[in-house]
Design a protein around this ligand. Structure first.
Ligand code: FE2
Length: 282
């Protein structure tokens, strides 16, 4: 709900409904999937309904024989993900293995592929508007020995909390609120984006807490600092979960982070990721 284009009453109605649906109770946010290759109608409806109200849905595949990549891809397709964002680590279908790469590997420079903490961000904050990642799936094949806990914050709730304390939302919606400088190594050009933008009625967010290689517009600095504090301090809205093997999540690209982790001989954290340019629900 765009606060700038709607009446105060309509915005308040939307906000109240949104906050009423909020829960940190993982059981209420989880759908058990019997067979990811053939999702039942009630299973699919529950996933869609959770995405509509909370922008995320955890899922749990109980049967160990359905934890292969093809089953996860078929599951994602049935839920409505597709048009995947490819990167140099994706397979031919757009699935990426998120795991630790040892230091001699070039991609170990990227934090997602290390055991380090990954700070709050939305996926593809460096993508142009045409290539926005509107939803993504993570699935846990193997969990780490220690750490590797994920936290999530619904981006719509961050927007509500910001509007509660500031009337400067416009400063976060400028076309050049955020600048990701050109990357000479990958030859990616400079990218300018708002933090909050609307795609039809739906709120989309591009954000990273990182300090390097991100330049905030001077006009947006005050607002971005308020937003950063809100994200860090709104722990009552943080949803925390360490995946067990066979568990996963689909989100409408909410803000998320990951704590650092330690692997052991038999517990080498391996997640599957699909990043979709489609919103699961329209
Ligand atoms: Fe991410």
């Amino acid at each position: 709900m765009n606060i700038l284009l709607n009446t105060k009453e309509d915005y308040k109605r939307w906000k109240d409904k949104k906050l009423e649906s909020f829960t940190r109770n993982i059981d209420h946010l989880t759908v058990h999937i019997s067979n990811p290759n053939s999702v039942s109608k009630p299973e699919k409806n529950k996933v869609i309904s959770l995405l509509r109200s909370n922008n995320l849905a955890f899922f749990n595949i109980d049967n160990i024989s359905y934890k292969d990549k093809s089953s996860i891809k078929r599951f994602a397709f049935q839920i409505g993900l597709g048009d995947y964002d490819f990167d140099s680590r994706s397979d031919d279908d757009g699935l990426t293995e998120i795991k630790e790469h040892k230091h001699n590997d070039k991609i170990s420079e990227y934090i997602p592929y290390t055991t380090e903490e990954l700070n709050w961000h939305t996926d593809g904050y460096y993508n142009t508007k045409d290539n926005s990642i509107l939803s993504w799936l993570l699935f846990c094949n193997t969990q780490s020995e220690k750490g590797g806990v994920n936290k999530y914050l619904d981006h719509e709730i961050s927007y509500i909390l910001f509007n509660d304390v500031s009337n400067k939302i416009k400063d976060l919606m400028l076309e050049n609120t955020c600048c990701i400088p050109e990357n000479l190594m990958t030859k990616r050009k400079e990218v300018l984006n708002p933090v909050y933008m609307f795609d039809d009625e739906n709120l989309h967010m591009k954000f990273s807490m990182r300090k390097k290689n991100i330049i905030w517009n001077d006009a947006s600095l005050k607002a971005i600092n308020i937003l950063k504090s809100i994200i860090e301090d709104s722990s009552e809205y943080h949803i925390t979960k360490k995946f067990a093997e066979g568990e996963g999540i689909i989100t409408n690209n909410v803000i998320h982070k990951r704590t650092a982790f330690t692997n052991s001989k038999n517990k080498n954290r391996l997640l599957y990721r699909l990043r979709s340019k489609r919103r699961v629900i329209k």
